[in-house]
Design a protein around this ligand. Structure first.
Ligand code: G4P
Length: 531
């Protein structure tokens, strides 16, 4: 037993479980592949594949799993890097940006914020960053696409301070301007890492490291400029401070080009060195569940087929304590029912051996998991444990929901209850609108499509959704002030099932005007609540 608990703690200590937060097109898929290229198993396979097989494989992790024989699910990519085990969790973006995207962040220990050098902070990145901040997740920043024209490095650093109050701590500084990029000054030892372009960028770019004297002779004015700028950035509060990173008030910054695989090894090294390892997770009563306690995990994502005739629901759970062994029977804390995990391997394809066993920080994919819901806790043995359930995130899209077929009103109500309990959409109501006309609220519009599809096919009660024009949402701090909002135009208050009173406005301007007219009105920003 003592031996086993040492193993669990040591294995957990090797894990780095993180997600990339970015706006679509910043280069997340490219970075994912570039990171994976550094894992031994993939760099060999990459060489076999060559350039032609490169794109396309990137975005389809399952395809990558088949061809490269590494352990990938549609939710997580796992690979070994040196002695570390890296778990990279996918944060779905683009059209499928939804509450699921945010929930992934409840399963990571750190995040990499990927910025496009020409664009800086973009809307989706900001939303995801808010969730990281709320959850206290430390963030490393990687400024990507430095190989092509973009903004000034100093300007991008300033933007972090000014817009999100996050202190940048540059660890490298670009030499040569964006678009005419020569490499980076490594601020840890003052050396120069020259970037060497390789054909196609499909292989690891060779790094040529040289000392400052040679760099100065060869890079001249660009070298001096990099020094001056980085001193300015470091001088204005950007000195490296690991505690500030862990506290979420400062972010280490690296510059690179994922497509050329430049700066990516540095990022991996940084994750291994600096990113938090899995630690004891707090249960609902805020008691920490020690890493070497018996197995426990929580479900952070459930992927169900849109077609109910295919029972292909997969639940993804993050291991929080103990050892997962495939085939073990676990208890679902929400229902107190047992759940057999013998099918866990199917999700992981060829690399069965790597998922026969999983440790804290790892993600397991459980198939045939129709009994599992997002937020469920799984555990074995005593003591029983339950982790905090589903958090609710600030919705950005709203629609009224009416049954298209009134004779199915009962099924409609039941369906809505079910979808809400699974976190498919949030459900809001008000006396003014009446109980029969709930309002669906979602982080991404695709959640409406999923809800509509399921109401029609699973509950045989098609829904008529009418979009509402609201774009700004705040929490009403004092319910006594409800009338102030309800009495004004282009806004209203709706109550969420968890009791939160949400004030919805057509736009920020409407809200600001109302606040000016009613200075006593207390509105709070809304990021995430409940877990
Ligand atoms: P995403 O997953 O965040 O949406 O982004 P993705 O990796 O698909 O990258 C978006 C585009 O940005 C791609 O170009 C990709 O090649 C490019 N890109 C990613 N990293 C870098 C970089 O470091 N430098 C430069 N110059 N470009 C980068 P695309 O035109 O959409 O695709 P492709 O035709 O190049 O494959």
């Amino acid at each position: 037993m003592a031996q086993q608990s040492t193993d669990v703690v040591a294995e957990a200590g090797r894990r780095r479980t993180f997600a990339v937060i970015s706006h679509p097109d910043a280069g997340k898929s490219t970075l994912t592949e570039a990171l994976a290229l550094h894992a031994e198993v993939i760099s060999e396979a990459g060489a076999v594949h060559g350039k032609s097989g490169r794109r396309g494989v990137v975005s389809d992790w399952l395809e990558m799993e088949r061809s490269r024989g590494i352990s990938i699910t549609s939710a997580a990519l796992q690979f070994a890097y040196g002695d570390a085990v890296i778990n990279l969790l996918d944060t779905p973006g683009h059209a499928d940006f939804s509450e699921d995207t945010y929930r992934v962040l409840s399963a990571v220990d750190s995040a990499v914020m990927l910025l496009d050098a020409a664009k800086g902070l973009e809307p989706q990145t900001l939303k995801l960053f808010d969730v990281c901040r709320y959850r206290g997740i430390p963030v490393i920043t990687f400024i990507n696409k430095w190989d092509r024209p973009g903004r000034e490095a100093l300007e991008l650093c300033d933007e972090l301070v000014e817009r999100i109050g996050l202190q940048p701590m540059p660890l490298t500084w670009p030499v040569g301007i964006a678009g005419d990029f020569h490499g980076v000054l490594d601020l840890a030892d003052g050396s120069f890492v020259r970037y060497t372009r390789t054909a196609g960028g499909a292989t690891l770019a060779p790094e040529e490291r040289m000392d400052a004297t040679r760099a100065e002779a060869e890079e001249g004015v660009d070298w001096h400029r990099a020094h001056e700028e980085s001193e300015l950035a470091v001088g204005s509060g950007g000195e490296f401070d690991a505690a500030a990173f862990l506290a979420g008030t400062a972010t280490p910054v690296l510059f690179g080009a994922a497509v050329l695989n430049f700066g990516v090894r540095h990022l991996l090294d940084l994750l291994v060195e600096l990113a938090p390892r899995p630690s004891a997770r707090l249960d609902v009563d805020e008691r920490p569940r020690a890493l070497d306690a018996p197995f426990s995990a929580f479900v952070f994502k459930v992927q169900s087929g849109m077609d109910p005739s295919h029972r292909d629901q997969v639940a993804f759970a993050r291991v929080c304590s103990g050892v997962f062994e495939r085939g073990m029977v676990v208890t679902n804390a929400s229902t107190a029912r047992p759940f057999a995990t013998k099918y866990a391997q199917q999700v992981f394809g060829q690399q069965r051996s790597t998922v026969e066993v999983a440790y804290p920080g790892d993600v397991i994919g459980l198939v045939n998991a129709s009994a599992l819901r997002v937020g469920d806790t799984l555990y074995t043995d005593k003591p029983a444990v339950r982790f905090p359930g589903l958090p609710s995130f600030a919705p950005a899209h709203f629609a009224t929901a009416r049954p298209a077929d009134l004779s199915r009103a009962k099924q409609f109500r039941k369906g809505i209850e079910q979808l809400e309990s699974e976190g498919v959409v949030q459900v809001l109501r008000s006396d003014l609108r009446g109980d029969a006309v709930p309002v669906f609220a979602a982080v991404g519009p695709m959640q409406f499509e999923v809800a509509a599809h399921r109401l029609e096919h699973e509950f045989k009660s098609p829904v008529k959704l009418d979009r509402l024009p609201y774009t700004a949402v705040r929490r009403l701090a004092d319910s006594g002030q409800r009338g102030v909002v309800d009495g004004a135009r282009r806004c209203e208050v709706l109550t969420r099932t968890d009791g939160a009173e949400l004030a919805l406005f057509e736009d920020e301007m409407t809200m600001r005007i109302l606040l000016r007219q009613n200075p006593e009105l207390a509105l709070e920003p809304l990021v995430a609540e409940g877990a």
